[in-house]
Design a protein around this ligand. Structure first.
Ligand code: AMP
Ligand code: MG
Length: 406
């Protein structure tokens, strides 16, 4: 067993500096995962690993945007002879001549000769004739062939996450299968002598291992395959053996053991694996003792063990690293602004991420009462985090404040 290194210098960062370090280091050090081909309908949430191009022009024909009458715009206004009808899924074989019109439905191809559509609401019909007092420009009320995308245009670029609109686009251009990145394996390593597995009956002084579950869910949501390791005990041998195992995955996330306590030995163990630490403290609350570095070519995070600290630091830092490792090109932290429902005060110095409820319309945010970083129940009543600026003491009710969606 290598000797423990007991001098690890503290590297303190602001929230912004810490986030920037995560993005920079994870981007620079990532090796993109291998590619697998899967059915497109099963690819929701996955990261696209190939560029997707159109197989033909979109729309593939000049497509009416309205129910109405296809005309030559130059003939408007006046009376027109109705020479036929065209509906979605069919074509009109003739040509629209001077003062002629074809009745047309939304989604139908514009007949040859016509260059505009008059909405049915703006016409009156009498047998085989149509009258309108409207005028139109050539091109009104239909989408010309190829305006959305010409054949061969890249419409989805590798490195994006596939959501419902991207999967609809795969369907549109005929991709039944799609190449996506394989999920990176992210090791989850809980630490603590007081921690027992969820299935055990805890003694009064013991705590169930909730962090492994929140971390697994957050890691999976970010795009990883979580690998939950056994609980490391607060001694060198146990932690060393499990860190070694964790570093065999693509990334390692620990919970607990990174504070200043006598038995907080995670950093010592990591240092003995040759770790370089990018930061060991961030000016945030909860989660101040958060650690980020790399060892043996793997990124690791030492997340503080208090459940709220673990969840917040994973969400604001580790998640971006997982996303980059998963192949995503642009991790996003969804910070918005909302109006405070009541006054908010804090001591300056830290960027705070506090449980809050944002209203259904996203306009108002209410800070929730909580008992500190161990209060999982308060977090579960929240649907967002209120995010303060570190240099400000007071916000009056009605003022705007930042909000991070959960
Ligand atoms: P630590 O960061 O190791 O000092 O732990 C801080 C607090 O978080 C302690 O009260 C721990 O009991 C609690 N804690 C640590 N690990 C976990 C875990 N895996 N699940 C739930 N709570 C934990
Ligand atoms: Mg501990």
């Amino acid at each position: 067993m290598p000797p423990a290194c007991d001098t690890i210098s503290t590297v303190t960062c602001s929230f912004e500096q810490a986030r920037a370090a995560v993005l920079k280091e994870a981007r620079a050090r990532r090796k993109l995962p291998a590619i697998e081909t899967i059915p497109s309908l099963e690819a929701a949430g996955r990261i696209l690993a190939e560029d997707i191009s159109t197989d033909r022009d979109y729309p593939p024909f000049p497509r009416s945007a309205r129910d109405g009458f296809a005309v030559r715009a130059a003939d408007l206004p006046g009376e027109f002879q109705i020479i036929g009808e065209v509906r979605a899924g069919s074509v009109f074989s003739g040509t629209v001549g001077p003062r002629q019109t074809v009745e047309i439905m939304t989604g139908a191809p514009l007949p040859a000769g016509a260059d505009a559509v008059v909405m049915v609401e703006h016409t009156t019909r009498d047998g085989e004739s149509m009258r309108t007092d409207r005028t139109h420009q050539s091109g009104d009320n239909f989408n010309p062939r190829g305006v959305e995308a010409k054949q061969g245009t890249v419409v989805l670029t590798r490195g994006c996450r596939l959501g419902f609109s991207e999967i609809a686009l795969l369907a549109t251009v005929g991709y039944t299968q799609v190449g996506v990145y394989k999920k990176p394996r992210v090791a989850i390593l809980p630490t603590g002598d007081e921690i027992v597995t969820v299935a055990e009956t805890p003694e009064p002084f013991q705590i169930r291992n909730s962090n492994a579950w929140s971390m697994a869910v957050q890691a999976a949501r970010a795009g990883a395959e979580p690998v939950i390791l056994p609980i490391a005990r607060d001694n060198y041998e146990s932690t060393y053996a499990l860190v070694k195992e964790g570093l065999e995955c693509d990334m390692l996330m620990l919970s607990g053991g990174v504070s200043a306590g006598k038995y907080d030995i995670v950093e010592k163990v990591l240092a003995d694996f040759g770790a370089e630490f990018f930061f060991t403290r961030a000016l945030i609350q909860p989660g101040q003792p958060v650690v980020f570095g790399h060892a043996q070519n793997k990124l690791f995070f030492g997340l503080p063990g208090n459940p709220a600290s673990t969840m917040v630091t994973l969400e604001i830092f580790a998640r971006a690293a997982i996303e980059l490792l998963s192949g995503l090109d642009e991790p996003l932290l969804p910070l918005l602004q909302a109006r405070l429902s009541r006054e908010f005060k804090q001591k300056t110095g830290l960027t705070r991420f506090l449980p809050a409820r944002i209203s259904e319309d996203g306009a108002t945010v209410e800070p929730l009462g909580w008992q500190g970083s161990g209060d999982v129940a308060a977090l579960s009543r929240s649907n967002a985090f209120l995010v303060s600026e570190p240099d400000r003491e007071h916000w009056a009710a009605g003022e705007m404040i930042r909000v991070l969606l959960k």
